[in-house]
Design a protein around this ligand. Structure first.
Ligand code: ADP
Length: 615
């Protein structure tokens, strides 16, 4: 059995430096490991104070440690020591107390020293990792809260470059078969927008291998873009991580290093992958936001373009959007409407309500809740005209039945008198009764004729278009009216050499008859009725003017509507509101126009323009 080595031999064989000292700090033992580590021999140090504390801090640490050792403690510390050649070394020292005999008083100390350069490096590395992770967390958080994609991708590239101490970084989006460089950091801005085929890049390796990241030599991926080649030629190495959206590769984060063979560990690639993932989140966010924005814009364009008034109300019932038609219908500007309650009642959702505005306009209003949003859309349209027509229709029925009943009553009366009292009546009385019956029947026939015309005029009936002598038609019409009224005078004023008109002469007769009848009817005090005709451009202008009650402002257009009558006391003039409607329809069917004007000096003037034959 081999004999056990002596403690002396053991200590000499140890790779660690071992030395001892007394309570005054003088070295009493120094092994060959200490020789190798510090450069001094045992002869040089034994009996002296330990020479190697490089600075005040190390001296203080040693003094404190030895005080604790003297109190009986083991002390372990990482500190610095100087070598004989002056270089400074990271060391790990364990001090232990030494006693003269077991349980005796402490009369010195033993130090075992190990080179701690590697531990120090690991410690530093660990610290920088922790720092890296916390910075990464803040980068990713920033990315998620930012919606502008360009900024986000640039920030991700910058973070990749900074966190991996790279010389350049870029983010490229996959577009079909190409990578499109979207953001760069530390590289020429002209690279943005450059395309390189995916197949020529390291992304192809990732795609085929299914890996999330890879480090490669930049030279292994020559590509066809001269711009990219020119700006990345000096970069020897690269690492790339893939961004996947719904499992599909959608982009890649590249970092480049100028120095070849820079070790890239799992941790660095992990950082790159994390950043590439963050880019994925940002791209998905940006896409969703863009989709939403487009949808909103689309909706807004539709709302703005509709002829209906539209208001969008928020949960509090305040107006959030007010379209141009709403401004037009209510007279309320966007500024005055937004942020305030609706200026009229919206009604319950899905229930149509009608509302009379102060401006005398009638609105039909329909509110609908938007599913999924706390918003209500209120749609409203102008139904003033429909309302007026509805009202005139009621009136029409009343007036028509009245107009029909009066002559019928008269006819019935005379007919039954003739029937029951025939023998008692004189010839003159019988003739008078028959005359009145004939008279009333004529006016009844005229009324029925007008009702028929009115209903036909509404449909697009085919009409005759011939060249005819307008002056002749005007003369006949005016001459016919001269016998009708004793209190009116009729004047016809025609421009010499008036060209012929094109159209339907019998329609023009009806038009003139209706205008002349109204001129007489609405000037109960009599006066001059003037008919003039003259050439204007490609048309002939006919004017029928009277000195009667005139048409109030604002009603000049309405009088041509079906069943429309100017309100108030003129209802006593009878009629059903069809005359001017018939006039307009007949004139328009001939390619002409008609309008009502006020006549200077009192009365109304109706202007009809017909196409001239010369045109
Ligand atoms: P009606 O005479 O049967 O009421 P019209 O269509 O002929 O219907 O005319 C519509 C309305 O226009 C009339 O109710 C009347 O108030 C007004 N009007 C028509 N012609 C004249 C006129 N020459 N002067 C004043 N008002 C007129």
């Amino acid at each position: 059995m081999p004999s056990a080595p002596t403690p002396e031999r053991l200590l000499a064989a140890m790779a660690d430096a071992v030395f001892a000292g007394d309570n005054d700090g003088r070295i009493t033992y120094w092994n060959s490991g200490a020789d190798r580590m510090f450069g001094w021999t045992a002869e040089q140090v034994v009996g002296n104070e330990f020479p190697a504390a490089p600075d005040d801090r190390a001296v203080r640490e040693r003094t404190e440690a030895l005080a604790r050792v003297r109190a009986g403690e083991d002390v372990s510390m990482i500190t610095k020591r100087r070598r004989k050649d002056g270089s400074v070394l990271d060391v790990w020292i364990v001090f232990s107390p030494m006693r003269a005999w077991r349980d005796g008083p402490i009369d010195g100390w033993l130090a075992v020293v190990r080179d701690a350069t590697r531990e120090r490096a690991i410690q530093r590395e660990l610290r920088s990792r922790v720092e890296l992770v916390s910075r990464l967390a803040s980068v990713v958080a920033g990315v998620n809260s930012d919606l502008e994609l360009g900024t986000v991708l640039r920030r991700i590239s910058e973070s990749g470059r900074e966190l991996l101490s790279a010389d350049g970084a870029s983010y490229a989006v996959i577009d079909g078969d190409d990578l499109v460089i979207t953001a760069v950091s530390g590289l020429a801005a002209t690279l943005v927008g450059e395309r390189i085929p995916v197949e020529e890049s390291a992304v192809a390796v990732l795609r085929s291998s299914g890996r999330a990241s890879v480090a490669a030599s930049n030279r292994d991926h020559p590509n066809s873009s001269s711009v990219v080649t020119e700006h990345t030629r000096h970069l020897a190495q690269l690492a790339v991580a893939l961004t996947r959206l719904d499992a599909e590769p959608s982009g890649a984060l590249f970092v480049f290093f100028a120095a070849e063979r820079r070790a890239l560990g799992r941790a660095e690639l992990g950082v790159l992958e994390l950043l590439a993932d963050a880019a994925g989140t940002a791209i998905a966010n940006a896409r969703a936001y863009e989709r939403l924005r487009r949808l909103r814009e689309h909706e807004r364009a539709i709302i703005d373009a509709t002829a209906d008034g539209m208001a969008v109300l928020d949960a509090e019932g305040l107006v959030r959007h007010w379209n141009p038609a709403a401004v037009e219908l209510t007279g309320l500007s966007e500024n005055d409407a937004i942020g305030r309650p609706l200026p009229f009642p919206a009604g319950e959702p899905a229930v149509v309500v009608e509302h009379h505005l102060e401006s005398d306009r009638w609105l039909e209003i329909l509110a609908s809740r938007i599913a999924g949003a706390d918003e209500t859309v209120v749609d409203f349209r102008d139904i003033t005209r429909a309302k007026a027509i509805e009202a005139s229709k009621d009136l029409f029925l009343a007036v028509t039945s009245h107009e029909l009943r009066t002559p019928i009553t008269v006819v019935q009366g005379y007919a039954s008198t003739l029937q029951t009292h025939w023998d008692e009546l004189s010839d003159d009385e019988r003739r008078d009764s028959v005359g009145r019956i004939a008279d009333r029947t004529r006016s009844l026939a005229a009324l029925v004729e007008q009702l028929l015309l009115g209903s036909r005029a509404g449909s697009a009936a085919p009409h005759v278009a011939v060249v005819f002598d307008l002056v002749g038609v005007l003369r006949t019409a005016v001459a016919g009216f001269k016998t009708v009224s004793a209190i009116h005078t009729f004047v016809l004023d025609v421009q010499p050499d008036l060209p012929d008109a094109v159209g339907d002469p019998s329609s023009v007769e009806i038009v003139l008859g209706q205008l002349l009848e109204n001129a007489v009817k609405y000037s109960p005090d009599g006066g001059e009725v003037t008919v003039t005709a003259s050439e204007r451009g490609a048309g002939i202008v006919i004017e029928v003017a009277d000195r009667g009650m005139g048409i109030p402002d604002g009603e000049h257009q309405g009088v041509f509507d079906r069943f429309y009558q100017v309100g108030g006391e003129r209802r006593r003039f009878g009629g059903v509101g069809l005359g001017l409607y018939i006039v307009r329809k007949l004139v328009e069917a001939q390619g002409g126009t008609v309008r009502a004007k006020s006549r200077a000096g009192g009365g109304s003037c109706f202007e009809v323009v017909l196409p001239a034959a010369s045109a």
